[in-house]
Design a protein. Structure first.
Length: 573
């Protein structure tokens, strides 16, 4: 059985082998597909190489195009600058030459437009980038174009230049000159740049800036800000005195920008917070000094006038940055419009500024404050509300004797008699009693006898108003009577820094751009100064980069940089 199985199996296998051979002989290879994948793979591989080659060509093209466009952008920005002394077209071509791309720009494709307030430079260039792989498809090169325009113009600007004229500005600067000398030089440069000739900040004659494009309001500040008689009469100041034109602001006033020209604002009281109780007040100790060089000059459009006003500045007083900033912002706010119109009627503001300040959303308008200081806010004495005007509790008889009313106890103190009475001296009569020793014959001895007489006081007495009182008596005199309320107070360093922060925030929220300059401001802290003045000024600026830490050697550069930023050199397409 084993032999039989093997024989049959071999026969079956043999027949199968015979069939296979027969099949191959009749074209069996035609029906098989074993090699088709290799051919398809070759096609895919060639396509991948071509795609990669196209990608390389496009990368090379984009790199060259970007290089060309970047060179063109730099060239037209440099050429469009208003302080560029060279021919703008020459500047553009020189940039391309330095970059090795001068073959790809035609000078005729550089267009320059100049007028009094604007310089515009347009240019186009192109280069052919040869291809390495795309040439097999018939594309031998790719054209890389570049074009653009840059423009610098003096925009429609309302600017407040708020400068510190406190006593420390008379100190020596790092430059060897006084701080005030360096401020005047820098401020004149800024004025020329904005109002006269941005191409030449030393020019004083051939002004090219259109006067309806920009205005500068000069706000000098020290202990206070002096409006000057014309500007004070254009606002609505209280009238209890007319000897000064300063305003006393209280904390809530710094949370808003505006000072309404038609709403009464508190004129600073004339009082002496420094002399003793037995001394007469001194006008030099008052919180509002009235030197003409301290006055605010609103909406100046002539560089020559502003330079003269800057040159007149002096240095005296303590530092009130918050008050300078408050008025700098208020004179940019539309609520001051009626005041500026009145200033025009008085001949103090040009006709072109009637209707200023413009609304914040006026197209093309920038409202800017440039705030400069050389130190910290210093304490500021002020009268408390209720002690500026109206009747005081002090009565004065026709003979000069005083009575002081104690409202809590409804009684009057007579200093000359050191006694309390129920009426003011000079408004009635009083009894005066005398005691003497008289010989009594009936008793044969001396007896004590008291005689009382009705006495007439001074013929009259008048109640002093607070302005009359402060004319003749100091705060120290007032404070000696402990039954009287506090008539005066002090905004300390921290209070005033809070005021400054509030008005800076309000101005920025309203849409005013704020630049600040710390001029040789020291960062040393003392027991009563707990914050770095540099940080205070930096926080006031619209952006940290809008704060400039300057000294006498670079103050002019700081003002010039701000002027350049205000002019806004830019690519326009």
């Amino acid at each position: 059985m084993a032999i039989g199985w093997k024989v049959s199996d071999m026969k079956r296998q043999g027949s199968e082998l015979t069939g296979v051979r027969a099949g191959r002989g009749r074209g069996g290879f035609v029906a098989r597909e074993d090699g088709s994948f290799i051919i398809f793979g070759l096609f895919i591989f060639l396509a991948m190489i071509m795609a990669a080659g196209v990608g390389i060509d496009l990368m090379r093209y984009e790199a060259q195009r970007a290089r060309l466009q970047a060179t063109l952008d730099r060239a037209i920005l440099a050429a469009a600058s208003l302080d560029q002394p060279l021919d703008p077209k020459t500047v553009v071509i020189d940039y391309f030459t330095k970059a090795g791309l001068d073959a790809y720009i035609d000078p005729n494709d550089v267009k320059v437009t100049n007028n009094a307030n604007t310089r515009r430079v347009e240019a186009s260039a192109s280069l052919e980038v040869p291809t390495a792989f795309m040439r097999f498809t018939g594309i031998d090169y790719l054209n890389a174009p570049a074009q653009g325009a840059a423009e610098e113009s003096v925009a429609l600007n309302e600017i407040s230049l708020v400068v510190d004229v406190s006593g420390s500005m008379g100190w020596a600067s790092y430059s060897g000159q006084t701080k005030l000398y360096e401020l005047k030089k820098a401020a004149r440069t800024f004025a020329n740049m904005i109002l006269c000739n941005p191409n030449d900040t030393s020019d004083s004659a051939t002004c090219t800036v259109d006067p309806n494009k920009a205005s500068i309001t000069l706000v000098p500040y020290a202990t206070q800000v002096l409006l000057g008689s014309h500007l004070a009469s254009s606002f609505t100041l209280t009238t209890e005195n007319t000897r000064n034109t300063c305003v006393t602001f209280f904390p809530a006033d710094f949370g808003v920008v505006s000072v309404d020209a038609d709403t009464a604002i508190q004129r600073t009281g004339d009082f002496d917070p420094y002399r003793g109780r037995n001394e007469s007040p001194s006008s030099s100790n008052g919180p509002c000094q009235t030197d003409s060089w301290r006055e605010v000059h609103p909406y100046e459009d002539r560089a020559a006038d502003l330079r003269a006003e800057i040159n007149a500045l002096q240095a005296n007083g303590s530092t009130s940055i918050d008050l300078g900033m408050k008025w700098g912002a208020a004179l940019l706010d539309p609520d001051a419009r009626n005041a500026i119109t009145r200033m025009n009627t008085l001949g103090r503001v040009s006709n072109i500024y009637v209707g200023r300040p413009l609304d914040y959303d006026t197209r093309g308008l920038e409202k800017v404050i440039v705030l400069m200081t050389d130190g910290d806010n210093q304490p500021q004495d002020h009268l408390n509300p209720g002690f500026f005007a109206g009747p005081s509790p002090i009565w004065k008889g026709s003979d000069g004797r005083l009575s002081i009313y104690d409202a809590d106890n409804n009684r009057y103190w007579w200093p000359h008699r050191s006694e309390w009475r129920d009426h003011a001296w000079g408004t009635g009569t009083y009894q005066e009693c005398t005691t003497s020793w008289v010989w009594d014959w009936s008793r044969w001895r001396y007896v004590e006898v008291t005689n009382c007489y009705t006495r007439t006081e001074a013929s009259s007495a008048s109640q002093l108003s607070f302005p009359q009182l402060w004319d003749d008596y100091t705060i120290a005199w007032w404070n000696q009577w402990n039954f009287l309320p506090d008539a005066a107070g002090e905004f300390d360093h921290d209070d005033k820094n809070g005021h400054l922060d509030a008005i800076c925030t309000a101005a920025k929220n309203a849409g005013i751009t704020v630049f600040t300059i710390g001029f040789e401001v020291e960062g040393d802290l003392t027991d009563w100064i707990t914050d770095d003045p540099k940080d205070v000024m930096r926080d006031c600026a619209s952006y940290p980069s809008y704060y400039f830490d300057a000294n006498g050697l670079n103050l002019t550069s700081a003002f010039s940089a701000i002027g350049r930023e205000i002019s806004k050199l830019r690519l326009v397409n």
